[in-house]
Design a protein around this ligand. Structure first.
Ligand code: XCC
Ligand code: SF4
Length: 626
C-alpha cells in the first residue's frame, strides 16, 4: 500500500486503523490491488472492447484514428450496448437466482420435506398469495406455501404473459411499458434473451438492445428481487423497527466471532439459530470464550439486521479489514460480493472462510454445503469449527479499533404503514404540505476508486438537509449507520419540516429498508404512492442514487429504477461513454421514453443539487410548493 494518508482511503476510523494494521501485518488489500491495476484499460472503461466471439477480440478506437468497427462490423454503439446489456443481465441473474433459492425453500416447506425451515409470517403468506390471485380460504399454511412457490416459479419461465407482481405497478406505468414494449415477461426468459441478442449477429441496434436491458431489469426489480424480499419475509419474519449496532466494534475480543457474508438469509438465519444453542455455548465456554458473537457483512448482514437486529460489522470494503482485526474465527458466506481475496487474508490469521453453496466455491476455503434438509445440522458444524479456531487465536494480534455505533432498522413497508396508522395518507399529507419535500433511495456499494463512505454519507446529509426523506439499502446502510444517521437524533441534521415529522414519529430521517433485493420495497412504496395520487411513478417527487456502486447488480438496480420512472444519480459512470447513442439515451433520451433518466455526479453536494432540482420540478407539476 502506498504512502498516501489513510484518510484518503476511507472516512471511517475503523477502516483507517485496519488499513494501517494490514500494512504492519503485511496483508494485501483491495486498495493495493487497485493500484496495481491502474491505469485501467481505456477501451474497457469506455465499453469499447468486445470479446463476444473469436473473430475478435476487438477494440473500437474512441479517437477516430484506429478501427471504428470490430471484425464482424459492429460499431461503437453496438459494442457498448451489447456490453452494457450483458452487465445488466448478469446483475438481474444474481438477484433473481437468489430469489429462486427462496422459492425452493418455500416449496420444501410446502411439501413438508424440511424440518429446518418454516413459515414465520403466515398472515403475509396468505396476503401475498391472495394478492397474486390464489384462493387461500380453507387451506392450511403448507398448502398455500406450495401453491405460492409454484406460482412464483412460473415467473421465471415463459408460461405466463407477465410476472405476478405486475399489479403493484401503477396503471399509467403499465400502459407506458406496453406502449414502449418493455413489459417484463419471464425472469429467466428476459435474461436469456439478452444473452441471445448479444451473440454475434443478432440484435445490432443499440437502442433496441438498451430497451431490452430495461425490460429485463424490470423483471428483476418487480420480479426476482421482489419475490426474494417477500418470500424472505414469509419464511423469516417481516421486519419491524428495532435497534442494533454497527462497525468493527461489534466484534468481541473475549468471544468466538462469526461473521455472515453474502446475500440470502437462508444460510445466515440458520447460523443465527445455532449460535443460541446451549450445548454450543457450553463448548465455547470450555474453549475459554465468554460467548459466541454473530455479526453481519454486506447484504446477508442487512437481512439479519432488518429482521433480527443482529449487528453489522461492515460493508463491502470492510470485509477484508474485518479479518485484519485478528478476532474473527469464521466468515461463513453464500454468494455475491465475496472477494476471493478473503481466503488469502484469512490465511494470514487463524480465520477460516466457510463456503456453503454449490454454486459459490472458493479454492482454499472450507466447504460445508447447506441445503434445505441439513441446514440446521450444517450450521452447528460451522459454529463448532469457529470454536475450534478460537482455541488457536493469537490474542497478541487482535485489535478491535472502535466502539460500536447504534442504529435503528426494520422499516419494511408494513412497518412504515403501521407507524402511520395503517395507510400512506399521513405520508402523502406531509409531502403535500412540503414538510417532507420528497424521498430519495440512496443505495449500493463501496468502490475502492473513491474514498469509502464519503459520497454515500455526504449525499445522505445533503438530502435530509433539504427535507428529503432518505431510504437506504445495501452497503449504504453501514455508511449511514456509522455516521449516526440511522438514529432518531439525526433529525437534528435534517431540514425543519423533515425534522418535525421525524421527531413527532420518533423515527430517523434516514430509514433502513433492507438489503439490495429489498430495493423492491422502495419500488412497491413508490407504486402505492403513485396509485394513491392517481399519477405515474415518474410524477412523484422521488429520486434514487448509487454513489459508490461497483457491481453488475447495482447497474441493474439503477436501470430498473429509471425504467420505473425514478431519476437516478450514479457516483461513477458505467462503461458506456464510448457510445454517444447509448450515453445520450442514458442521460437524456430515456426521459422521453420512460419519463426518467440517469445522471453521473461524484460530488455529493452537486448530486444533491441535481436531485433537489428534479424534485422541485415534480412538486411544481403536482401543484405543490417546490
Ligand atoms: Fe454488494 Fe449487496 Fe453492492 Fe454491497 S451493496 S457491495 S452489490 S453487498 Ni448490494
Ligand atoms: Fe469482434 Fe464482433 Fe466478435 Fe465482438 S462480436 S469480438 S466486435 S468480431
Amino acid at each position: 500500500m502506498g504512502k498516501r494518508d489513510l484518510s484518503e482511503y476511507s472516512i471511517c476510523k475503523d477502516a483507517q486503523a485496519m488499513i494501517a494494521k494490514a500494512r504492519e501485518d503485511g496483508v494485501e488489500t483491495v486498495w493495493d490491488r487497485l493500484r496495481e491495476q491502474e491505469p485501467h484499460c481505456g477501451f474497457c472503461e469506455l465499453g469499447l472492447s468486445c470479446r463476444n466471439c473469436i473473430m475478435g477480440p476487438c477494440r473500437i478506437d474512441p479517437f477516430g484514428n484506429g478501427p471504428q468497427r470490430g471484425v464482424c462490423g459492429a460499431d461503437a454503439d453496438v459494442v457498448v450496448a451489447r456490453n452494457f446489456g450483458r452487465m445488466v443481465a448478469a446483475g438481474a441473474a444474481a438477484h433473481s437466482d437468489h430469489g429462486r433459492d427462496l422459492i425452493e425453500t418455500l416449496l420444501a416447506v410446502g411439501e413438508g420435506t424440511t424440518a429446518d425451515y418454516g413459515i414465520r409470517d403466515e398472515a403475509k403468506l396468505r396476503r401475498i398469495a391472495e394478492e397474486v390471485g390464489l384462493a387461500v380460504a380453507g387451506k392450511d399454511a403448507k398448502a398455500v406455501a406450495l401453491e405460492l412457490a409454484e406460482q412464483f416459479f412460473n415467473d421465471f419461465g415463459c408460461r405466463r404473459g407477465s410476472i405476478s407482481f405486475i399489479d403493484r405497478v401503477p396503471a399509467k406505468r403499465r400502459a407506458l411499458w406496453e406502449k414502449v414494449g418493455i413489459t417484463p415477461r419471464g425472469i429467466d426468459r428476459d435474461v436469456v434473451e439478452m444473452l441471445h441478442r448479444t451473440h454475434m449477429g443478432v440484435d445490432n441496434d443499440a437502442v433496441n438492445i438498451c430497451l431490452h436491458a430495461a425490460r429485463l431489469s424490470l423483471a428483476d426489480g418487480w420480479g426476482g428481487s421482489m419475490i426474494a424480499t417477500e418470500v424472505s419475509d414469509i419464511l423469516f419474519g417481516t421486519p419491524t423497527p428495532r435497534t442494533s449496532k454497527v462497525n468493527l466494534g461489534v466484534l468481541k475480543a473475549d468471544q468466538v466471532n462469526i461473521l455472515v457474508h453474502g446475500h440470502s438469509p437462508i444460510v445466515s438465519e440458520m447460523i443465527l439459530a445455532a449460535v443460541h444453542a446451549p450445548a454450543l455455548l457450553a463448548k465455547a465456554k470450555a474453549a475459554g470464550a465468554q460467548g459466541i458473537n454473530l455479526a453481519g457483512l454486506c447484504c446477508t448482514g442487512n437481512e439479519l439486521l432488518m429482521r433480527q437486529g443482529i449487528p453489522m460489522a461492515g460493508n463491502h470494503l470492510m470485509t477484508e479489514l474485518a479479518l485484519v482485526t485478528g478476532a474473527v474465527e469464521v466468515v461463513v458466506v453464500d454468494y455475491q460480493c465475496i472477494m476471493p481475496s478473503l481466503v488469502t487474508v484469512a490465511g494470514c490469521y487463524h480465520s477460516r472462510i466457510v463456503t456453503t453453496s454449490p454454486k459459490a466455491k472458493f479454492t482454499g476455503a472450507t466447504h460445508i454445503e447447506f441445503d434445505v434438509h441439513n441446514a440446521r445440522q450444517k450450521a452447528v458444524e460451522v459454529v463448532e469449527l469457529a470454536i475450534e479456531r478460537f482455541k488457536v487465536r493469537d490474542a497478541g494480534r487482535v485489535e478491535i479499533p472502535v466502539e460500536p455505533v447504534e442504529v435503528m432498522t426494520g422499516f419494511s413497508n408494513e412497518a412504515v404503514l403501521a407507524a402511520l396508522g395503517g395507510t400512506a395518507a399521513p405520508l402523502i399529507e406531509a409531502i403535500k404540505a412540503g414538510k417532507i419535500r420528497g424521498a430519495v433511495g440512496i443505495v449500493g456499494c463501496n468502490n475502492p476508486k473513491v474514498k469509502q463512505d464519503y459520497q454515500n454519507s455526504n449525499l445522505i446529509r445533503e438530502c435530509i438537509k433539504r427535507d428529503l426523506l432518505v431510504l437506504v439499502t445495501g452497503c449504504v446502510t453501514v455508511s449511514a449507520g456509522k455516521q449516526g444517521l440511522l438514529m432518531p437524533a439525526a433529525a437534528d441534521l435534517a431540514g425543519p419540516g423533515l425534522s418535525e415529522v421525524c421527531k413527532a414519529l420518533g423515527i430517523p430521517p434516514v430509514l433502513h429498508v433492507g438489503s439490495c433485493v429489498d430495493n423492491s420495497r422502495i419500488l412497491q412504496l413508490c407504486g402505492m404512492l403513485a396509485t394513491a395520487l392517481g399519477v405515474d411513478i415518474s410524477d412523484l417527487p422521488v429520486a434514487a442514487a448509487a454513489p459508490e456502486w461497483y457491481s453488475e447488480k447495482a447497474a441493474t438496480i439503477g436501470l430498473y429504477a429509471v425504467a420505473s420512472g425514478i431519476f437516478t444519480v450514479l457516483g461513477l459512470a458505467p462503461p458506456i461513454l464510448g457510445s454517444k447513442v447509448v450515453t445520450d439515451l442514458a442521460v437524456s433520451g430515456l426521459e422521453g421514453v420512460v419519463g426518467a433518466s440517469f445522471a453521473v455526479e461524484g460530488d455529493p453536494v452537486k448530486a444533491a443539487e441535481l436531485i433537489d432540482a428534479r424534485i422541485r420540478v415534480k412538486r411544481t407539476a403536482l401543484g405543490l410548493t417546490p
